[in-house]
Every structure is written in C-alpha cells, then in structure tokens.
Write a protein that binds this ligand. Structure first.
Ligand SMILES: C[S@@+](CC[C@H](N)C(=O)[O-])C[C@H]1O[C@@H](n2cnc3c(N)ncnc32)[C@H](O)[C@@H]1O
Length: 287
C-alpha cells in the first residue's frame, strides 16, 4: 500500500511553490538584499553558497539528511561530491528522484530508522535537524562518519524568551549544546545567522496577511451568513484547534521580529573522533 502523505510535508511543498522556491529552507538574506518574493531565489542561492562554503576540503562523500526537493543535492553532485539522500516523505522523494535521476540513491526512511554499512565524509542536515530528536540523530550521524569526518547542521533552535511564540519548531538550544559536550566530537564552528534568515518570516507574514487572511475572513462571513448552524457546529467542535491555527497563522505574530526573539538560527560544523570532549574550543560567531 502506498505511504500516506503528511500535512507537514504538504505544507512544506505548498510554501515552496507559493514562494516560487526550489528549496525548502529559509534562504540567506544579506544586508542590502531587498526582502521581496522576487528575491527569494537569490536568497536561496546565497544559502546554498553559504553551505557549500562550510564543506571542509577533502570531503568527497556526503549524506544529505532530508534531501527535500533535491536541489542542494544536485548542486553538490555537480561539484563532484558523491551524495546519497535520505527522505522520509514519499512526495518529496519522488520530486527529488525526478530531479536527480534514477541512479541517485535516496533512502526513503526517517534518519532514525536508517542503517548502512557505508561511511561518509560528511553528514548534512540542512533544516532537517529540528525534525529528529538530537539524542538520536547526533550519535547516529557520528557513527556513519569516516574517522575525522564532519557533521554540518544548519537549522534554527528555540531560545528562552518571555511570552508564547506563534512559531513552532526547533530543538532547545541550551539542551542541545549541553548534550553536544557529552559527545566524542569537536565543534569546529558555531555561527549565529538568525539575522540573515529571519527575513523569510517577513515574506511569510506579508503573504499570510495579503492572501490567507482575506480568504479566511470571507469564507467565515459566508459560513455565518449562509450556514449559521454548520458554522456554529464547526466552531463548537473545532473551536480550540481553529483558535490555535488563527494564533499561529493569522495573529501577525509569525514575523521576523518574533523569529529573532524566540529562535536562534545556527550553522555548526562538528568533527568526529578528535580529543577534547567539551573542551570549549568552539568558535562562536554572531554576524
Ligand atoms: C525544511 S525541509 C529542508 C529540505 C532541504 N534539506 C532544504 O534545505 O531545502 C525538511 C526536510 O527534512 C525531512 N525530514 C523530516 N523529518 C525527517 C526525519 N525524521 N528524518 C530525515 N529527514 C526528515 C523532510 O522530508 C524534508 O526533506
């Protein structure tokens, strides 16, 4: 029987389509790049360049965890890296396989359930790290590495801040950093790039306000006027869920300012198998 498609997967693909983007990540918005839909592709390209710039010399084989639409994996293969992908989502696997060709290996599984005899020079998590419990993903990633191999993580984490965030997702940064210190690996670099990724939320906010809000209001008005009983029943049964959705998507709290308040977007490069567990030799940079 065919695997079911999750709403999270649909949301990711829909978001990318609406934003006319080939990738599923936030993009990288340097100072001076105007935050408009038209510049989304430039921001995505910047992000790819940024990640490519963090792949250490000598790396030849890469495991791309959460390959998405396969766009970044394609750029990696074009640059001569030998890449395999992991994709738990049937729809994304199909899209990526189409892009990358039948010879490209995509393991359709969650990373947690993945096993192989093969070792890689680098395991990449490009905005896929938050979906996997880090106490599972990190030891597994390290076990898949050649001696001295690398883990590259680019994703956002939750940080302590007052109030309720309308933005979900991300591991707790302090817990993650604490756990990292217990592992036999060294943190070669840890960059805070929140400022350069947050503008994506500005676009999202504009899009929700300009398109989703009016449609939501008009449908609500139509339902109350034409089907008052059905409307009442829907609110009665799904009221809590609807209010949650309204808070999440229509309260205008899903914006760049709140992203910077509640999240920290990091790019971390870890190296396997070196001495200095918890030695605190991290290079932490905030741009
Ligand atoms: C936000 S998208 C990022 C896609 C791509 N890496 C990029 O940068 O455009 C998140 C990706 O993580 C994948 N993912 C979600 N849960 C996962 C899991 N448990 N194991 C592996 N990948 C997962 C999704 O299928 C999707 O491909």
């Amino acid at each position: 029987m065919a695997k079911k498609v999750s709403t999270r997967e649909l949301g990711l693909i829909l978001g990318a389509r609406l934003m006319k983007s080939e990738d599923l990540h936030y993009g990288y918005w340097p100072d001076g790049l105007e935050v408009t839909m038209a510049n989304m592709v430039t921001a995505q390209t910047n992000y790819s360049e940024f990640l490519l710039g963090h792949i250490p010399e000598g790396v030849k084989t890469i495991l791309d965890v959460g390959v998405g639409t396969g766009n970044f994996a394609q750029q990696l293969t074009r640059r001569g890296y030998q890449v395999e992908g992991i994709s738990p989502s049937p729809m994304l696997t199909e899209m990526a396989q189409q892009r990358l060709g039948a010879d490209f290996t995509i393991h359709q599984t969650t990373f947690e359930a993945f096993s192989t005899e093969r070792k890689f020079d680098l395991v990449l998590f490009s905005e896929s790290f938050q979906y996997i419990p880090f106490r599972q993903s990190l030891p597994l990633a390290l076990s898949l590495l050649e001696p001295g191999g690398y883990v590259l993580i680019a994703d956002f984490f939750r940080i302590e801040a007052a109030g309720e965030s309308a933005l979900r997702g991300g591991h707790d940064l302090a817990q993650f950093q604490g756990y990292l210190k217990t592992l036999p690996c060294q943190v070669l670099s840890d960059e805070d790039i929140t400022r350069f990724t947050a503008p994506n939320l500005q676009l999202m906010d504009e899009w929700l306000t300009d398109y989703v809000q009016p449609i939501w209001e008009i449908v609500g008005y139509y339902m109350v006027k034409n089907h008052p009983w059905a409307s009442w029943m829907i609110r009665k049964v799904f009221g809590r869920r609807l209010r949650k959705l309204e808070f999440k998507y229509l309260s205008r709290a899903r914006n760049a300012e709140n992203f910077s308040r509640y999240k920290s977007y990091r790019c971390l490069l870890l190296q396997n198998g070196l001495p200095g567990i918890g030695s605190g030799e991290t290079t932490e940079t905030s741009h």
